[in-house]
Design a protein around this ligand. Structure first.
Ligand code: ATP
Ligand code: MN
Length: 144
């Protein structure tokens, strides 16, 4: 049931908690983890800032953070004995997560209940809510 796990992360604390659970899923037959980060295209206003130098700098800084975070997760999971595939996609997070779910033929998804916003009153974040609603596979929701 857990052979190929899709692990979407926004590098929030809640998403990071998921790593400890994934490690425990090795005993339940988990072998491979697809680590996915979606670079949200709605985050920066591309229409206003296309040619700006500052914009290029922000992009580069963001890419560096993504590379570092993904590398650390990859090392941690490899150290725990998993086969690891790292994917960074540009788009709208829930759409890309569902697309990669199909494309990679995963057997389960591990998401945080919340992410970077982590609003106290919300039962779920908007990304996790849509993923739970629309995913074809079982979703393990890591609580904050
Ligand atoms: P909201 O984004 O609706 O303001 P939030 O940030 O608290 O609320 P979500 O964004 O829904 O909550 O995050 C829930 C989980 O979804 C995260 O723990 C992570 O597993 C996944 N997730 C969220 N954003 C991304 C992203 N950009 N790329 C990959 N996974 C993501
Ligand atoms: Mn979020």
């Amino acid at each position: 049931m857990f052979e190929r796990i899709l692990y979407p992360t926004d590098f929030s604390d809640v998403a990071k908690k998921g790593l400890d659970f994934i490690k425990q899923l090795r005993d339940a037959g988990a072998k491979e983890v697809i680590v996915l980060h979606v670079n949200d295209i709605r985050g920066i206003d591309l229409a206003v800032l296309p040619a700006s130098k500052d914009y290029m700098e922000i992009e580069r800084a963001l890419e560096k953070i993504i590379t570092e975070e993904m590398g650390a997760i990859e090392d941690e999971l490899k150290g725990a004995g998993f086969k690891v595939k790292v994917r960074v996609e540009k788009g709208i997070p829930f759409r890309e997560i569902l697309r990669v779910e199909e494309e990679e033929n995963v057997s389960a998804i591990v998401v945080g209940s919340h992410g970077k916003s982590n609003i106290e009153e919300m039962l779920l974040g908007s990304v996790s809510e849509k993923v739970i609603r629309k995913a074809r596979n079982p979703v393990l929701v890591i609580k904050r």
